[in-house]
Design a protein around this ligand. Structure first.
Ligand code: SF4
Ligand code: SF4
Length: 472
């Protein structure tokens, strides 16, 4: 009879997971979001579940053929992974254990900076300590089977499970990233660096990744708010280009300025809140299979014309209760999609992205593909996003209220644990001759900014409020 760990893996794989790993007691020493007891009191182990993205859908996305096959694939993977994790949790419960699924995305700890997006439990950390892969330059978990092109889920349980072997701490960085670095070139803002590393301390080992310049360099493109490459030679599927950022990314240390710039653009988009709600719906709820995985045909059987694919996606979100004019929710994440199982595949994907020109807005909230920057700029000027003032205000308030209500706050015990972790990581880096290289995630704490986010202040600021920086 196979042991509990083997049975768990069988359940997960039968329910749609591609990769499954287990981490038991002794594996949870690191940043606060590696602590499973935050999710479930008395938790002793976790099960990490990965579902791989469809490579053909990625080619269509990066090559600017159509964004919908990959958007559909992500929507399916959200539910497939969630379903596999839920099957594991149900199985553990049937054996008398407690178990809880960590929602796939958009569940954050409360912070004074609600855009800090600190996960309740980090699926990435879970995957690393369960042996599924190691961090790559981008900070994503890179697996042998799919590269970084995966969706992760986690189950937390009070069962004492035997851990799977972990991969050597810097395996991906040493074996692949130093000779690749392609993901850094795909990031429209340069969120992370390819010439400087930062380190996370996990279970006594230092794990490296590219130093993060500013998390908002990721938040802006992920909301579709800055979709043009730094050399202006290609775009992703984002609809906006931020004027002041066209001739080079802004100073990453000017955190409040960066934040307020992209929030102004987001505030004028008119659909930011609806788009975020659609992500919340699929990432935080598990729906019947016929509404989700079975709703869409397989990649091979998807309609070939882009408009039919779009209508399918619109109908999917409508079934979940969200009306979207533009159902292209994934606009960025090239750092994930480009990273395949080996360099050859990664280079192929990279070439598709950088050699396929531009996507720009068109009439009726649509997109159009063009080959030159001049054409792209002309069409952007011709088809600016037009949103009524009422819709704009409604969207801004919806978004502001949601983020304040769900992610704003202060968790003193967790902040204290974070301080302790920071001290340990700092000391470990110093001992290893890497003084000052520990990963930090500064947050913005500014009363004016918070009031603006809550929709309470529309006054122009006379001068920038001071920024307070705290740790991860
Ligand atoms: S794309 Fe290349 S550099 Fe980036 S994480 Fe993958 S292997 Fe590493
Ligand atoms: S998701 Fe987009 S913006 Fe964020 S790091 Fe990846 S490529 Fe850069």
């Amino acid at each position: 009879m196979p042991g509990l760990e083997e049975q768990i893996k069988e359940v997960a794989k039968k329910s749609g997971a591609d990769l499954v790993g287990v981490a038991g007691p002794g594996r949870f020493n690191g940043p606060p979001s590696i602590d499973p007891t935050y999710i479930l009191r008395g938790a002793k182990s976790i099960v990490s579940v990965a579902t791989g993205f469809n490579a053909n859908a990625i080619y269509d996305f990066l090559g600017k053929v159509s964004p919908y096959p990959h958007n559909i694939d992500e929507a399916v993977c959200y539910q497939k992974g969630y379903r596999a994790a839920t099957a594991v949790a149900d199985y553990l419960k049937s054996k008398g254990y407690k178990a809880k699924v960590v929602e796939p995305n958009a569940v954050y700890r409360r912070a004074l900076d609600p855009f800090a997006t600190r996960p309740t439990f980090s699926h990435r950390f879970g995957a690393v300590i369960s042996g599924l892969g190691t961090f790559g330059l981008s900070g994503n978990v890179v697996t042998k089977e799919f590269g970084a092109s995966i969706m992760l889920d986690t189950v937390v349980t009070n069962a004492v499970l035997a851990s799977d072997p972990v991969r050597p701490a810097n395996e991906t960085m040493e074996k692949r990233c130093y000779n690749c670095k392609l993901c850094e070139k795909t990031c429209t803002m340069g969120m992370f660096r390819d010439d400087e590393l930062e380190y996370l301390l996990i279970n006594g080992e230092l794990h490296s990744r590219g130093k993060r310049n500013n998390l908002d360099f990721c938040n802006a493109p992920c909301f579709g708010l800055h979709g043009i490459s730094r050399d202006k030679k290609w775009t992703n599927w984002g609809q906006f280009w931020i004027k002041g950022w066209m001739d080079g990314s802004p100073d990453p240390e000017q955190r409040e300025k960066v934040r307020s710039t992209f929030m102004k653009v987001g505030g004028r988009a008119g659909d930011s809140h609806q788009r975020f709600m659609a992500i919340i719906k699929m990432a935080r709820n598990l729906y019947p299979k016929e509404l989700t995985e079975d709703f869409f045909p397989s990649y091979e059987n998807l309609p070939k014309d882009v408009e039919s694919q779009k209508q399918l996606a619109i109908q999917y979100y409508k079934n979940l209760g969200v009306e979207l004019k533009d159902p292209c929710l994934v606009t960025c994440a090239q750092c994930v999609q480009v990273c395949g199982p080996d360099f050859e595949e990664t280079k192929k994907r990279y070439d598709l992205l950088v050699n396929s020109g531009y996507i720009v807005p068109y009439a009726n909230w649509d997109h159009i593909h063009v080959n030159t920057y001049e054409e792209a700029a002309a069409l952007k000027a011709k088809y600016p996003r037009r949103v009524s003032a009422a819709d704009m205000i409604k969207d801004q308030q919806g978004q502001g209220v949601y983020w304040m209500k769900n992610f704003f706050g202060f968790e003193p015990i967790e902040e204290f644990k974070n301080l302790l972790y920071q001290r340990k990581a700092k000391a470990a880096c110093a001992r290893a001759g890497l003084a000052g290289k520990e990963a930090k995630a500064p947050i913005i704490v500014s009363p004016g900014y918070l009031m603006g986010l809550a929709g309470g202040s529309r006054k122009k600021k006379k001068r920038e409020a001071p920024i307070k920086l705290t740790g991860v």
